[in-house]
Structure formats: structure tokens, C-alpha cells
Design a protein around this ligand. Structure first.
Ligand code: ADP
Ligand code: MG
Length: 536
């Protein structure tokens, strides 16, 4: 008896019930996300406990904001996260396919197909699907700008205003080309996206180098430093650095004066040390006292303070400068280099650092009328930059708009017919699950999904890249329309769906501890439960 071996507060669900419960929870998540898929997908308005509002149709963002508690639903969220890290886009698609495959899994179980057969069939199907995708994909040389732009455009469609789209796409591709070093690109390391409310999306700029939302600590400091030797100070440049830790007993006015003089002398010595190292620019992560500012200014050094850790790290990587924690040990070897450090006014003062020796950094400065606009453009960039990176690295795209999914599902159905045994059923189920993508895109455009699917299947004979025409619901050649997705977005979604279902199929027993807060607050409930488990 369950009550005898587990904590009496534990909820236990077994066998088919456990599976059904898991699937129901996962499906609840998938169905919320579903309506956002595709260019005509709707947005979700999310309000957190603080009352902050997020308007988005980005799958990853929605799931993150939803604060999901259910363990299986959390596994679905993991699918989205994996998709995000591995492919940079396609989170909604991945969740929709996974959710749909889970639904089919339950149907198979109801038909009496054993979980191990289902898992085997799914793996056979996945292998076939990946091969089909690979054959269906289009390869192109790395420097094919057009393909990158098409993929970025498909990714942005439905997420940014029509007018801004061309500008944003061009900016993404320009940025990726600009950071390319020896054929490699790393958008996470070398492209920074920052936001500035004010102006309109059209004012969004691509800037070479690093942009800091900082200004010089004194107006008389040089505001344009060429051949900058940069000191990255990772400590305070203030009086009494030790005063919080040690205690000093002063019992006369002379002593106090003397003490202050000594502190001033220390700080002056620190400033002098920095100046002597040859630094012409100081970026400090902590505070710089006015007294030190004065010395730096007198020596024609540009200085700014309270930079965040990310900026300090990035500056260190790009300029080659070392983070200095002990100012008295600074030497010219510690300094970083940039061709220019200058203060520029963009709505408010900013500091541009550009022209590094080995590293190429780009900054995208997003502008927009309100925070909601800049936040949503930021998410668009996040997706589009990663899509461009993926396509740049892999050099493979597939036709979008559900075209590749129809190709895969039809290939699976043909394959299934050749398979003996019950695995056939699982492979067919897999075909249906993949087809959920064009079905959902059509649905979200307001078309009859069944009709659209039938049209796509029929068109395949004559049009190789037939996908959903979002204006008519008819089949259209997606390649001709420049609607393409990275191959990796599709392969990853399939892998994740199989992994999720395999994991859930292995579960035949679910033991859920009672929430701790409840146990603490309401002990009488425990007692009641204790009786109810039959342990009188
Ligand atoms: P995801 O989070 O999965 O990327 P999206 O909402 O971005 O979800 O939708 C992506 C899907 O929309 C892809 O299948 C893509 O091919 C399709 N798509 C994008 N633009 C178009 C378009 N203009 N016509 C048809 N399908 C499109
Ligand atoms: Mg997308």
C-alpha cells in the first residue's frame, strides 16, 4: 500500500493515469502557445505580480513569464529552452510539435500499443524525418547574403512593423558580417543589443564597437580620445576604502586632519599611478571620488564610473585590458586598446568605444517610442540575430510556411506503410504531429486547416516547396516567396519532441510531495490525510 511506504502526505498516481495527467498538463501549455504561431499568430499579454506588462508572441518569453509549476509542463518549457539555445528560434514550433506528439502518444496507449513499441516507432520516425529534412534542405555558400536576409525576414515577419522590417533585417545581417572572424561568428559574445526609449524604430542604429550608457565624469575631460589606452579599474577610487572594515579612533582635531591628509595622499597616489601607466581612458566598475576625478581630468584622462560587470568583462575581452583590482600595481601592460573612445549624444550621453585589435564588436542601439516597443524589438533582434548566425554557420535552409513539415509527414506515411508491426502506428502518429505546424499556421490565419492541408499535400507533386499562403490559405511556393527557416530549427524541434515523449512514456508512477507551505500552515489537514490513507 502506498500509504505504508511513502510519506502519507504524498500524492500517488500510477500507470495510465500518471501518463494521462502528464499529457494533459503538457498539452495545456502547448495549447496556450499555439495561437501565437506563424506570421498571423496573436500576441499574449502577460502581467506579473508587480503589474508589469509584457506583450509578446515569442514562445520562450511567454513560457518564462508563465511561472509554470506542474512538473511535466516544466519539461515542455525545457523543450522551448533547448530550442532557444540550440537553434535560436522555433520555440513555438518545437512546443507545438512536442505537444501534438504527446497527444498522439495517449491515443496510441488507448489503442493498447505498449510504450516501448511507441518509443521504438518514434525513434524510427525521427531518423526518417531528419534524413528527409536533410535531403529537402537547400545548401548555399557561406557568404550568400540573400539567404541570410530571407531567413531573418521570415523570422521577423509578424513580429515587427512592416516598415521597420527591411531596416532590421539589413541591420542583423550587417552586424553578423561585421563580427565575422576567420569564418566564425558569435552573436552572443560580439553583438550587444541596448535600448533607448525615445525616437522611433527607424532611428535604431548599428554601431561599430561597444556603446556604454555613460558619460565623462567631468565636462572638461577630453570627449574624443584617439588611440585610447584603457585602464579597467575594478575597485573603488575613493577615500577610506578600508573604513567599513576597520575602526579608527581619533581623539584630536590634528589627528583628524592628519588622517584626512593621508587619505588624500593615498588617493592622489592611486590616480597618479593610473596616469603614470600611460592610461588615457579609465573605465571603473565602482565609484570614483571627485578628488580623483580632478586629478584624472588635469592629466587629460577620460573617466567614467559604475560600469556593470558585463560591460567590464566585454571591455576586457575586446580591448585586451586586464581588470585591475589593486591600483598600486597597475602597469602599461594592463591597459587595453581602442582606436577611439568618444562621448556621443543619442537622446542622452553615451560613450562609444571602437576599433579593437583582434575582436570585432557591434552594438545595436534600439530606439522606440515606448518601453513596450523597445522590448519587443529587442526580442525580435534576439531571434533574428540567432537565425542569421545559425544559417551563416550551417549554410542550410528549408522552405518555411509548413512546407518542410508536409514533406516530412508525407515521407513518414510512405515509410510507415513499409514497416511491419505496431511501430507503423507510431510512425503515422509522428507524421500527424509534424503536420500540426502547417495546420496551426493555417488555423491562426483563419483558414480551414483541413482544407489547407489537403491542398498542400495535393500541390506537392507539382510544387516542391508548397507551404501555406497566409493571405489565401492556398498552397504557394515558399521559396519563391522567400519564406525560409534554418534547417537546424526543424531538426532540433523533432529531436526535442522525441526526447520529451520518451521521457514521459517511461514514467508509470508519479509521487508528488505535498506542498511544504501547506504542511506547515495547516497541520490538521495532515492528520486528516493520514487517516484517509488507511493508516489508523
Ligand atoms: P517559432 O517560435 O516557432 O519561430 P513563429 O511565430 O516565429 O514561431 O512562426 C514560425 C513559423 O512561421 C515558421 O514555420 C515559418 O516558416 C512560418 N512563417 C513565417 N513567415 C511566414 C509567411 N510569410 N508565410 C507563411 N509562413 C511563414
Ligand atoms: Mg520565430
Amino acid at each position: 500500500m502506498a500509504g505504508l511506504i511513502v510519506n502519507p502526505g504524498t500524492q500517488r498516481t500510477t500507470g495510465k493515469d500518471a501518463l494521462s495527467m502528464n499529457i494533459a498538463a503538457a498539452n495545456a501549455v502547448a495549447s496556450i502557445i499555439k495561437t501565437t504561431l506563424g506570421p498571423k499568430g496573436m500576441d499574449k499579454m502577460m502581467v506579473n505580480v508587480m503589474g508589469d506588462i509584457t506583450l509578446t508572441n515569442d514562445g520562450a518569453t511567454i513560457l518564462q513569464e508563465m511561472e509554470i509549476e506542474n512538473p511535466t509542463a516544466k519539461m515542455v518549457v525545457e523543450v522551448a529552452k533547448t530550442q532557444e539555445t540550440m537553434a535560436g528560434d522555433g520555440t513555438t514550433s518545437a512546443v507545438v510539435v512536442a505537444g501534438s506528439l504527446l497527444e498522439k502518444t495517449e491515443e496510441l496507449m488507448d489503442m493498447g500499443v505498449h510504450p516501448s513499441i511507441i518509443v521504438k516507432g518514434y525513434n524510427m520516425a525521427a531518423e526518417k524525418a531528419l534524413q528527409t529534412l536533410k535531403d529537402y534542405a537547400i545548401e548555399f555558400p557561406k557568404n550568400d547574403r540573400e539567404s541570410l536576409e530571407k531567413a531573418a525576414m521570415t523570422c521577423i515577419t509578424g513580429k515587427a512593423s512592416e516598415i521597420a522590417r527591411d531596416v532590421l533585417v539589413k541591420m542583423c545581417v550587417d552586424a553578423v558580417y561585421a563580427i565575422e572572424t576567420d569564418g566564425e561568428v558569435n552573436v552572443d559574445e560580439n553583438i550587444t543589443v541596448i535600448k533607448e526609449v525615445g525616437g522611433s524604430i527607424d532611428d535604431t542604429e548599428l554601431i561599430e564597437g561597444i556603446v556604454l550608457s555613460k558619460e565623462a565624469l567631468h565636462p572638461e575631460m577630453p570627449l574624443n580620445v584617439k588611440d585610447a589606452k584603457i585602464a579597467l579599474i575594478d575597485t573603488d577610487l575613493t577615500f577610506s576604502k578600508t573604513s567599513t572594515k576597520s575602526r579608527l579612533i581619533i581623539d584630536s582635531a590634528e589627528q583628524l586632519l592628519d588622517f584626512q591628509e593621508r587619505e588624500k595622499a593615498d588617493l592622489r597616489a592611486d590616480a597618479q599611478k593610473i596616469i603614470d601607466s600611460g592610461a588615457t581612458v579609465v573605465f571603473c566598475s565602482k565609484n570614483i571620488d571627485d578628488y580623483a576625478v580632478h586629478y584624472l581630468k588635469e592629466a587629460n584622462v577620460f573617466a567614467t564610473r559604475r560600469l556593470n560587470d558585463d560591460d567590464m568583462r566585454m571591455l576586457s575581452r575586446s580591448t585586451g585590458g586586464r581588470l585591475i583590482r589593486n591600483v598600486s600595481e597597475i602597469t602599461s601592460d594592463d591597459l587595453g586598446y581602442a582606436e577611439v573612445v568618444e562621448q556621443v549624444n543619442v537622446n542622452e550621453e553615451k560613450t562609444y568605444v571602437k576599433g579593437f585589435k583582434d575582436v570585432k564588436n557591434m552594438t545595436i542601439l534600439i530606439r522606440g517610442g515606448t518601453e513596450h516597443v523597445t522590448n519587443s524589438v529587442e526580442r525580435v533582434f534576439d531571434d533574428a540575430l540567432h537565425v542569421v548566425q545559425t544559417v551563416y554557420k550551417d549554410g542550410t535552409i528549408v522552405a518555411g510556411g509548413g512546407a518542410s513539415e508536409v514533406e516530412v509527414s508525407q515521407a513518414l506515411r510512405t515509410y510507415a506503410a513499409s514497416v511491419q508491426g505496431r511501430e507503423q502506428l507510431a510512425i503515422n502518429a509522428f507524421a500527424d504531429a509534424v503536420e500540426e505546424i502547417p495546420r496551426t499556421i493555417a488555423d491562426n490565419c483563419g483558414f480551414d486547416a483541413i482544407n489547407t492541408i489537403l491542398k498542400l499535400r495535393a500541390a506537392r507533386g507539382s510544387v516542391k516547396y508548397a507551404g501555406v499562403d497566409i493571405e489565401t490559405g492556398e498552397a504557394a511556393n515558399m521559396l519563391e516567396r522567400n519564406i525560409v527557416d534554418p534547417l537546424r530549427v526543424k531538426t532540433q524541434a523533432i529531436k526535442s519532441a522525441v526526447e520529451l515523449c520518451t521521457m514521459i512514456l517511461r514514467v508509470d508512477d508519479m509521487l508528488k510531495a505535498r506542498e511544504k507551505a501547506m504542511m506547515d500552515v495547516a497541520p490538521e489537514h495532515n492528520i486528516h490525510n493520514y487517516d484517509a490513507t488507511g493508516m489508523m
